[in-house]
Design a protein around this ligand. Structure first.
Ligand SMILES: Nc1ncnc2c1ncn2[C@@H]1O[C@H](COP(=O)(O)OP(=O)(O)OP(=O)(O)O)[C@@H](O)[C@H]1O
Length: 432
């Protein structure tokens, strides 16, 4: 283990970010660090602006390596810097930020070092990049508390694994860990699935049943795809979180529940809040702590420890250096739309195959669709052709198998819908 770790540790012990100061008229300057500051009209925002032209959750700011990331959260009237409407941009020089009728000042600060610690894992999670080490440190601090956590990130970045790891590092670890996928709650049964029902409460309710919240009593409930929670359930969930008691469908009595909530979303909840699809009070109640998992393409230094973990898990630890070499050389330009899940799949196959050139060719089809071009042209060109052939065939088959349903394609491919759409466009395929 240590040869790999020593190498990565020597490379990246430090994380430097460039923050700044936000100047809000009539208030003390606010320091912008790596945790996001949300600006908006909602009273739960970090900076509350009493301005009718400002959206409930308007935009957010946080420090990154090159400067402060300013991100509009789908506001109605937009976020402007120097007369330019900004959806997302990095601020590196003094400027004014216009939101609604309000003008805020921004001043950059010098780069500073963020304490990231040396932890290269947290329970089942591994990673040696500064951002992941910083997250592991935060998670270690927050896990033993009862704070609820919102984990965001693209598909396959490890959101559910974070929830499990938090549960395992909390005083609730001996209690249940219950997963509820909010995207697949069938409408009529939704309330009963969450809070249970009495016998005879509705047709088919032949016996009294507990819901996910009662099942998670003294443990943790993981609300996956929180952004998909049906609107009619949102006030009910909010009440349960505030009052810590639930009422079964068909009952008038409340039962106390002691549950810690960890939720995850791939969706931009800022936009959902501003369009009224998701309640901001529920968001802030759940997002007492926010954990944002970066996509794998932005933390490629995590590939070696992740591959190592895979090789160990399948009982082939000695294959680690080979598989790391294979992936870092042949997939150097690949942006891993399926993130760690995709890497785990590729690494498991690669590690299970025998060593050597033939094995490499057998692994490449994961990227290249089996059409590994003969070694007559430059490697990069051969790879480009093979990858193109694979993508085209993969997405053509996917369109056929799902009848062109983009959500279904995204689910099956394990990637975001916008990635699916981009591939369809690239190969002239049409969705429904
Ligand atoms: N940091 C990590 N260390 C080790 N394994 C990881 C890490 N991150 C993700 N994985 C692995 O990647 C796979 C996907 O992780 P997970 O299901 O937690 O992702 P997710 O973000 O919840 O995905 P989705 O949004 O599609 O539900 C799992 O096999 C998980 O074990």
């Amino acid at each position: 283990m240590s040869a790999l770790n020593d190498a990565t540790r020597a490379r990246a012990v430090q994380w430097f970010v460039r923050g700044g100061q936000l100047l809000v008229p009539g208030r003390d300057p606010l320091r912008i660090g790596v945790s996001p500051i949300v600006l908006g009209r909602d009273p739960s925002c970090g900076v509350v602006l009493d301005d009718r032209e400002v959206s409930a959750t308007h935009c957010e700011l946080r420090a990154e390596g090159p400067g402060v990331l300013l991100r509009d959260l789908g506001s109605r009237n937009g976020t402007f810097v120097g007369g330019v409407r900004v959806r997302e941009g990095i601020l590196t020089a003094p400027c004014s930020i216009h939101v609604g009728g309000s003008v805020l000042g921004f001043e950059p600060l010098e780069k500073e070092r963020v304490e990231v610690g040396f932890d290269e894992d947290f329970g089942p999670l591994v990673g040696s990049s500064p951002r992941m080490r910083h997250l592991f440190r935060l998670l270690r601090e927050v896990a033993p508390t009862d704070l609820s956590i919102l984990v965001t990130g693209e598909t396959g970045t490890g959101k559910e694994l974070v929830a499990q790891a938090v549960h395992e590092h909390s005083s609730r670890s001996a209690g249940p860990f219950v997963v509820l996928d909010c995207a697949s709650i069938p409408g009529p049964l939704a309330e009963s699935l969450l809070f249970g029902h009495e016998r005879g409460a509705f047709t088919g309710a032949t016996e009294r049943r507990s819901g996910a919240f009662q099942d998670a009593h003294r443990g943790t409930i993981f609300l996956d795809e929180l952004g998909e929670l049906p609107p009619e359930l949102q006030p009910k969930l909010l009440r349960v979180l505030a009052e810590r008691k639930v009422k079964r469908v068909g009952s008038s009595a409340y039962e106390p529940v002691d549950v810690r909530v960890v939720a995850a979303t791939r969706r931009d909840l800022g936009r959902s809040m501003n369009t009224g699809v998701f309640r901001s009070d529920l968001f802030f109640r759940i997002a007492q702590m926010r954990i944002e998992l970066p996509p794998l393409r932005d933390r490629r230094e995590d590939i070696p420890p992740l591959v190592q973990r895979v090789c160990e898990r399948i009982g082939r630890p000695e294959r680690t250096p080979d598989v790391v070499d294979l992936i870092t050389s042949t997939l150097a330009q690949h942006d891993f739309p399926g993130n760690v899940r995709e890497l785990v799949n590729v690494a498991s196959v690669a590690a299970s195959l025998p060593r050597g050139a033939e094995a490499v060719a057998s692994v490449l089809p994961l990227e290249g669709g089996g059409e590994v071009a003969p070694a007559l042209s430059a490697f990069s060109e051969a790879k480009r052709v093979a990858v193109g052939a694979f993508e085209q065939r993969y997405f053509s088959d996917l369109v056929r198998a799902t009848d062109g349903n983009v959500s279904e394609m995204a689910r099956r491919a394990g990637m975001e819908r916008h990635h699916v759409r981009a591939f369809l466009k690239k190969y002239g395929l049409s969705a429904r």
